[in-house]
Design a protein around this ligand. Structure first.
Ligand code: ADP
Ligand code: MG
Length: 378
């Protein structure tokens, strides 16, 4: 996938040269799941799979937008009304809507991507952030990356209708090569932490189970509501304000399901900080253990895993991964594993064989490299 392909596609479709190409990566979350909307900590990195948007401004306020992912061209007039019922085009048009005070002209855009869709690697943030940096440039809006992340989140929450947190867009915009982004979702402070996997011959493997999830569907929303109810009953603004010392009191006050949802978030926040600390000390054994604990917490307490993800984690550990866990919002998608690069082939074959034997969909196993965030390409 390259800028040139985006340029070629644009020219074929619209019959003229785009004024530029912008791109943004998908992300993998190392640890810190469903903590973002609870004002907690997350630790994602940008991956070397990106969404490219070739774009040109127009003299009128019209938008024509197309993606290799879907047939046809979606047309829309900016400024008249909020976009709705436009399927995938709500992601880019949602960005344009949230940035509407800067909208000085319409645009034509063509989008290509090699971020797998619905695999828990945030193809949604990749498309939002690629469009956001493109419009920020061509509309000369001068918006800082962290503010663009909030714009991406607002587009996804308010226009697409998926109640997701701020993690994905922050990762896609602020990521740096060979590093992960520690994000405090309360203060929105970030710290880039070098991963140093390369020097130890390690990679992050993604095991895409091909079980599709959709955030606009119920599961994610219901989990979010449980966290809100838990925080309210505990008398705090968000679960971020609670620590493991509060767990006995929470168990008294909350029903069992709400308690377990809150327990996941509270313990996960501690695990994120511990994982960053372990990484800084180069203590990979501890990091691996934390990933496994995080997975167990999502499986048993937050109940957002699926059998395929549990099996993927087990298989990664069987071939000698340092640690593994499901990543992303859950109910399908991908698991990640930190693993010796030399074991990638073994992992791929093991997953393929066992998934076939169990009658699951065929997995897609690949390594991802921590990569730079959204940028102008051409
Ligand atoms: P994830 O972010 O985990 O991949 P989501 O359900 O959050 O899954 O987002 C996937 C949706 O984002 C797709 O169904 C589609 O509507 C939109 N999308 C993502 N990438 C593209 C793309 N390249 N072109 C068009 N739409 C896209
Ligand atoms: Mg998404």
């Amino acid at each position: 996938m390259s800028s040139q392909e985006a340029i070629n596609g644009f020219k074929e479709l619209f019959g003229y040269e785009p004024s530029g190409v912008w791109s943004a990566p998908g992300r993998a979350n190392l640890i810190g799941e469903h903590t973002d909307y609870n004002n907690g900590f997350v630790f994602p990195f940008g991956i070397d799979r990106r969404t490219y948007v070739a774009l040109s401004t127009r003299k009128d306020m019209n938008v024509r937008i197309s993606s290799s992912f879907a047939d046809g061209v979606v047309e829309f007039e900016l400024g008249k009304r909020k976009p709705k019922n436009l399927d995938w085009a709500l992601y880019p048009l949602g960005i344009a809507w949230v940035m509407r005070q800067h909208a000085c002209c319409g645009f034509d855009a063509y989008i290509i991507s090699d971020v797998p869709v619905g695999a828990g690697l945030s193809s949604s943030a990749a498309i939002e952030c690629a469009v956001a940096v493109a419009l920020n440039d061509v509309w000369e809006a001068g918006i800082e990356p962290q503010k663009l992340a909030l714009i991406g989140q607002e587009a996804e929450n308010d226009v697409v209708g998926a109640p997701t947190g701020i993690m994905d867009q922050t990762a896609s915009l602020l990521a740096k090569k060979d590093s992960a982004v520690l994000l405090d979702c309360k203060s929105l402070e970030t710290e880039l932490v070098p991963l140093g996997l390369d020097s130890q011959g390690l990679v992050v493997a993604v095991i895409d189970t091909k079980v599709a999830h959709r955030h606009s569907d119920g599961g994610y929303r219901v989990r979010r509501e449980a966290c809100e109810i838990g925080a309210k009953k505990m008398g705090v603004e968000s679960l971020r304000e609670l620590s493991e010392e509060d767990l006995p009191a929470a168990q008294e006050k909350l029903d069992d399901v709400t308690f377990r949802r809150c327990k996941h978030v509270i313990t996960e926040n501690r695990r994120v900080i511990a994982a960053v600390d372990a990484l800084k000390r180069r203590d990979l054994a501890t990091l691996g253990e934390l990933l496994l604990q995080s997975h167990a917490s999502m499986r048993d307490d937050f109940e957002i895993s699926v059998t395929e993800l549990d099996v993927a984690v087990e298989l990664a550990m069987e071939v000698g991964a340092v640690g593994a866990r499901m990543t992303g919002g859950g109910f399908g998608g991908s698991a990640i594993a930190i693993i010796d690069e030399s074991k990638m082939e073994l992992l791929t074959e093991h997953c393929k064989a066992v998934f076939a034997k169990k009658g699951f969909a065929e997995t897609n196993v690949f390594a991802v490299a921590p990569s730079d965030g959204a940028r102008r390409e051409a």
